[in-house]
Design a binder for this molecule. Structure first.
Ligand code: NAP
Length: 211
């Protein structure tokens, strides 16, 4: 019989592209929260984003697979990519709850900016029944900086929220895309295989010119 997985981290993100900040966050959460597995969930059609500005899902999925290959605790799921329409987190978590069963605790991990908007997400009350939420942020983040309404909401559900401070969160996908556009190196910001993949598929560039 397969070993039961009791605590699963679910790394939600657009991953356009995935970078070392995401990988350090996932590994940090795994160690800090005793997770048996971290499942990366690239969004198919990210909520609040114009699809025209997002790299096609299959490229983001492939980069996520390449970046996570060497960590035996990491897996990548296509559920958000293969589901049609907007990738609402509630739909993903319901699906994972069914897959893993009631005995498994789910920890949804993503950037603090996104986590602390959960009150505006689809079916936010149900989300908190299904999973815990880990907000990844740079050191120095303080809940005091959030709007009063958000703080009050978080305080009401404080047993479901955790903050994880990650120095490598200074790396950002937006900055990486800009660096590629400007012809600058992204070495040591993303795994080497992701760097190769970006070059090979001419991602984030205005025209097909060699770097
Ligand atoms: P985003 O607005 O692109 O990102 C917000 C911040 O979080 C950025 O600084 C981003 O940095 C960082 N970030 C994103 N994913 C991260 C991760 N897994 N670990 C650490 N930092 C991360 O956010 P998004 O990617 O669109 O959304 C994040 C997650 O929230 C996704 O799974 C999305 O589906 C979910 N979400 C759900 C709803 C809903 O259900 N209604 C609404 C909004 C978001 P980088 O740009 O460097 O990644």
């Amino acid at each position: 019989m397969a070993a039961k997985i009791a605590r699963v981290g679910v790394m939600g993100g657009t991953f356009d592209p995935i970078h070392f900040g995401h990988l350090v966050t996932a590994e940090g959460a795994r160690c800090e929260f005793g997770l048996d597995q971290v499942l990366f969930l690239p969004s198919g059609q990210p909520p609040h984003k114009d699809l025209k500005e997002v790299t096609p899902a299959n490229h983001r999925y492939m980069m996520t697979v390449l970046a996570t290959l060497t960590n035996p605790y990491f897996e990548v799921s296509r559920i958000d990519i293969d589901r049609r329409g907007i990738s609402y987190t509630i739909d993903s978590l319901k699906c994972l709850r069914q897959e893993y069963g009631a005995g498994t605790e789910l920890f949804f991990i993503t950037g603090a900016d996104a986590v602390f908007e959960i009150m505006t997400w689809k079916d936010s009350k149900k989300l908190l029944e299904i999973a815990h939420f880990i907000a990844a942020t740079r050191p120095g983040f303080s809940l005091e900086d959030l709007p009063a309404e958000t703080r009050a909401w978080i305080a009401k559900h404080r047993e479901r929220f955790y903050v994880l401070q990650i120095p490598a969160m200074a790396i950002s996908s937006t900055n990486i895309r800009q660096r590629v556009r400007d012809g600058h190196s992204i070495r040591y910001l993303v795994p080497q295989q992701v760097d190769y993949y970006i070059r090979r598929h001419w991602l984030y560039r205005r025209e097909r010119t060699p770097i």
